[in-house]
Design a binder for this molecule. Sequence first.
Ligand SMILES: [Zn+2]
Length: 388
Amino acid sequence: MEFSWWLVLLAGIIGWCIGYDNIRLVFSSLWSRQATDLATLLPGHKDRVERDAELDGLLRQYPVDEVSYDVYETLGDAFRRRGEYSRAIGVHEHLLASGALSDEHRQLTILELSRDYAGAGLLDRVEALLVPLVKEHPQGLGARTHLLRLYEKQQEWESAIELARESQVLPAEERDSLIAQYCCEIAALHELEDKLDESKQWLKKALKSHSACSRALLMLGRQCIELKNYDESLEHFSEIEKNHPELAPEIAESMFFALTHSDDPTAMPKHLEYVRQRQNSYSVIKLARDAISRLEGEQSASEFFIEQIAHRPSLKGLRDWAERELEMTKPRDKEKVAAMVEMLRGVVDEKPVYRCNRCGYRCKQIQWRCPGCENWNSVKIIIGAEGE
Ligand SMILES: [Zn+2]
C-alpha cells in the first residue's frame, strides 16, 4: 500500500476510535482489509504485545514529514486519551527522533510528550523535557504553564517561584498573585512544623509580591492571635475586609476573638458600629449579635439580629432562630419544634460552604487552589439563602 493511502486509512480508523464522526464518515468505507489490520494497533485491542510490535514496525516504515505530522499527532493523542501512555510516548519520541520537524512542530511534540510522561507518572522526565524548552523559548506560555503545574504537583514551591518570576508572558498581576500563593504554601509548611518565625518571613515575602494577598494576611492574623498580639492581628484582618469584603465570614471568628481580647476598649464598639452600617453574612451577624448582647444587653442584640436577618435571610439564620424558639416553646409543642430544628440542622450541615467559580467544585473548607480545576483563588464562599 502506498504511503498516502496508509495515512488516509489511519486517520479514518483514529477518527472512528476516538469518536471524530466527520473523519470516520469520510474514511470508513476505504480499504476494509487493511482497516482490520490497523485496528489491532488501536487502544482496546486485546493483544497488546503483538500490537506494540506492529506499531513499532509501522513507525519505522513510514517517514515523518510535514504531511504525516498531523496523523502521527492524532494517533499519539488518541493513545493518551485512552490511557495508553507507553504507545503515545512511542509515537511522540519517534516524531522527535526523526529530526524532520519544523521548530514549531518540535515544540508542540515536546509538549505532547511531556503530557504522555505526566500521564505515565514519569515526572522527572517531564521536568528534564520542559526546562530546556522554557529556556529556549522564554516567550512560550505552554511549556512554562506545564512546568509550573508539575512543580505545584510536586510541591517544589521555590522552583515554582523562580519559574514564575522569570515569566515574560504571565500578566504582572497574575504572576505576583501566583508567587504570593507559592510563598504562602511554604509558610504553611513551616507553620505545620511550628516554625512560626520562618513562616512569618515567607508570609512577608508573599505580601511583598502581592500586598492584598488575603491568604497571607489571614495566616499572619491567626499567628498573631497565637502569640496574643491581638491588636496586630486586627490590622491584618482589617486589610482583608478592605480588599476582600467577601472573605468577612472566613475571618469573622478570628476577628471577633481578637476584638474581645484587644487592649483597646473602643475596638469592639467601633467594629460593631461598622457592622451595623452594612449588610452582613450570617457568620458575622451571629458573632456580632453575641458581642452586642454582652455589651448592650439581650434586647439590643435581638433587635440587631432581626433587622440583619431580614436583609439577608439564610438557612443558618432560620436554624438558629428555631433553636431559640425551642427553648421558649410550651412543653406540649416541644416535640414538634424539636423535630423541625433537627431537620434544619441536618440540611445546614450537609450544605457546602464554598464553590469554585470556574468548575463548580464544592467543599466545606476554603481551598486556595481548587482541587477540581487546579486554579488558584477560584474557590469562593457561597453567599445567599443556602450559604452565608
Ligand atoms: Zn475549580
